[in-house]
Design a protein around this ligand. Structure first.
Ligand code: INS
Length: 615
């Protein structure tokens, strides 16, 4: 029998056993009085059972099951709950994305030096790493709902502090509060959605959370674009706007339920049953309820309940393997360089000849839009292709795109224009910029930029000059120190990039990167982590893997400029391509397929040694 046919029969039989279970339950509820109003569903059940008795032919069985299936609709409530939780993802994306635009205005208004700018960006990511780890304990003790409420409270408070800040210290405090919210939300939301979703929709609904993350990043870039025109206080709106979705989520969650799985674990079975039937509409919940309950009991027998969860996870082989897979996926997601590619997109676009800064900001919004739209493709594909194929395909494409991107930088470096003019520094300060004889060295030095003219498409009259301390858009002195003047005189100022005929290669690499990364490597690490741990280990497993995601996020972004200085840009992107290659080997060997499986069935996928999973 073909796989499909056997699946059908299995499904048919399962549906029929549901049908009969449902009928039995109804009969018990209706009691001896034998209510005549058994409803349409009982009629179908009766019809199905009688057809089972009389003919019992395969075709009839299948027809009855199909009719039952058509009645089994997932109630809209599951979608409402998922969307409200995914607002946490939106805030994660918004708050990590909005800061780059806000900094452009902030550094002028509050005179921020490089250290303070760095602090305002990385304090949020650092706080997120810590609170994701702490979120595991909170989730286990208090449940998912209080954690989501806490996260939206933190997002609101942080937004308020940031919008009202009068000095940089308050700003730093606000960014830390927001980071604490991001960490808790990033680990709780995928777990919560996975626990309320029916198995056949779980991947899609959890992936919606990542869609909201990238949606938040896109929205942030549009808000940055709009408020960049408001030189005074524009940053207050940028940073404060996130209070709106945070408040909506907070009030929404006052009315939304706790995860039924967490409730069963805590022995609150009546409440759990009520919520589970709300989530499943007209489908029978007995089977699901029993399987969750039995599983919890078995797990307690098998693993015991003594000692910290992380120690039990590490000493019990299936959860140890799941943890390695979960953390590995999150590590490779960040090591493939998504956040540097996104952050660097404006420069890549400038290399392609976009000289106007405002245009570059809007084109960066376009980059965020491509990331968002292709995450939507992931939502569509995840239940069709499954997690494993989608992740493998996505990472393969990402690695190829990184190679193209790196080659673009390599070719550009090989034809890097010569520095032809060396004007004397009027301030007589000893700048490092004078020592470079090619643009390539000049652009890798964060203190210098290239001032040049174009003759047709070739660079002429070029000089490597120190960059202005307040704005990277002009030189500290000389021909390129006054923006309006040098633009009128047909002069160009290149900071962080060199004019190159190979910019299209980098641009192609950038677009391909997002097209491949966004549907798979973006969402799958979150989706897979939400489903691979048994209930007792789920909060801790997700806390660890989210922590790994944030720690590698900080590491990759903080080291990028140094990596680029030592290895040059193409070296840095080749390095990420290498990491993506290693990630491919890891995923090929270790990631099992979890599509369509009940959360309770997934543990068995990790019973075998790693690297022996099905292909
Ligand atoms: O899955 C998300 C997403 O792909 C984002 O675009 C990225 O900024 C995050 O770091 C990542 O965790």
């Amino acid at each position: 029998m073909s796989r499909k046919a056997s699946d059908n029969v299995e499904y048919t039989l399962r549906s029929l056993s549901n049908l009969m279970g449902e009928k039995r339950r109804r009969q018990q509820a209706e009691g001896a009085a034998g209510s005549a109003a058994a409803g349409e569903r009982s009629l179908i059940a009766a019809e199905s059972c009688s057809s089972l008795n009389s003919a019992a032919s395969g075709a009839e069985l299948e027809r009855a099951a199909r009719r039952q299936f058509q009645q089994d609709e997932t109630p809209g409530f599951v979608y409402v709950v998922s969307v409200f939780s995914a607002l946490g993802g939106f805030l994660f994306g918004y708050d990590t994305g909005v800061v780059s635009g806000a900094l452009l205005l902030l550094k002028r208004e509050l005179n921020l030096d490089a250290l303070w700018q760095e602090l305002l960006v990385s304090s949020t990511v650092g706080a997120a790493a810590l609170s994701a780890l702490a979120g595991g304990v909170l989730n286990g003790l208090c449940g998912r709902r209080p954690c989501i409420l806490l996260a939206s409270g933190l997002f609101t408070a942080g937004a308020g502090v940031l919008a009202a800040a009068r000095d940089k210290e308050t700003l730093l405090g606000g960014r830390v509060v927001v980071g604490l919210g991001i960490g808790v939300a990033s680990m709780t939301v995928p777990v919560y959605i996975a626990e309320v979703a029916p198995p056949h929709l779980r991947g899609r609904l959890v992936t919606i959370n990542t869609l909201f993350i990238t949606g938040g990043q896109f929205f942030a870039s549009v808000v940055d674009g709009i408020f960049s025109y408001l030189a005074k206080d524009g940053w207050r709106y940028m940073l404060g706007l996130s209070a709106v979705p945070a408040v909506i989520q907070f009030f929404g969650f006052l009315f939304l339920p706790e995860s039924p799985r967490w409730l069963i674990q805590k022995g609150q079975t009546q409440r759990a049953r009520r919520i589970l039937s709300q989530m499943r509409g007209n489908q029978a919940i007995d089977e699901e309820y029993d399987s969750i309950k039995n599983n919890i009991e078995e797990e307690e027998k098998e693993v015991g309940a003594a000692g910290p969860v992380i120690c039990r996870m590490l000493t019990y082989p299936p959860t140890r393997r799941a943890l390695i897979v979960g953390c590995g996926l999150q590590m490779f997601q960040q090591l493939s360089g998504i956040n540097t590619v996104m952050y660097y997109s404006a420069t890549i676009l400038q290399m392609s000849g976009v000289q106007d800064d405002r245009l570059a900001i809007w084109l960066a919004a376009l980059t965020a839009f491509i990331n968002f739209i292709f995450t939507l493709v992931g939502v569509w594909l995840v239940e069709r292709m499954g997690r494993r194929k989608l992740t493998l395909g996505s990472l393969t494409g990402t690695a190829v795109a990184l190679i193209i991107l790196a080659s673009g930088f390599l070719l550009s470096a090989q034809v890097s224009p010569r520095v032809t003019l060396n004007p004397p520094d009027p301030s007589h300060q000893n700048s490092t910029c004078t020592k470079y004889s090619y643009c390539n060295g000049c652009m890798l030095d964060p203190d210098c930029g290239l001032c040049y003219k174009l003759n047709k498409s070739s660079v002429v009259e070029s000089s490597c000059i120190p960059v202005d301390k307040d704005s990277t858009m002009k030189a500290a002195w000389g021909r390129c120190s006054n923006e309006t003047v040098f633009k009128k005189e047909d002069l160009f100022w290149a900071y962080n990039f060199c004019p190159t005929p190979y910019s299209w290669t980098a641009l192609l690499g950038l677009i391909l990167y997002l097209i491949f990364f966004a549907p798979g490597m973006g969402p799958m690490p979150w989706t897979v982590n939400s489903e691979i741990y048994p209930l007792w280990a789920r909060s801790t497993g997700n806390a660890c893997s989210s922590g790994v995601n944030w720690v590698f996020n900080v590491l990759v972004s903080l080291t990028f400029l140094h990596t680029a200085e030592y290895l040059t840009y193409y070296g840095a992107f080749f390095l990420y391509a290498g990491f993506a290659g290693l990630g491919l080997v890891f995923i090929y060997g270790c990631l099992p397929e979890t599509k369509g499986k009940k959360l309770e069935e997934i543990e068995s996928l990790f019973e075998n040694r790693l690297c022996t999973c099905e292909i």
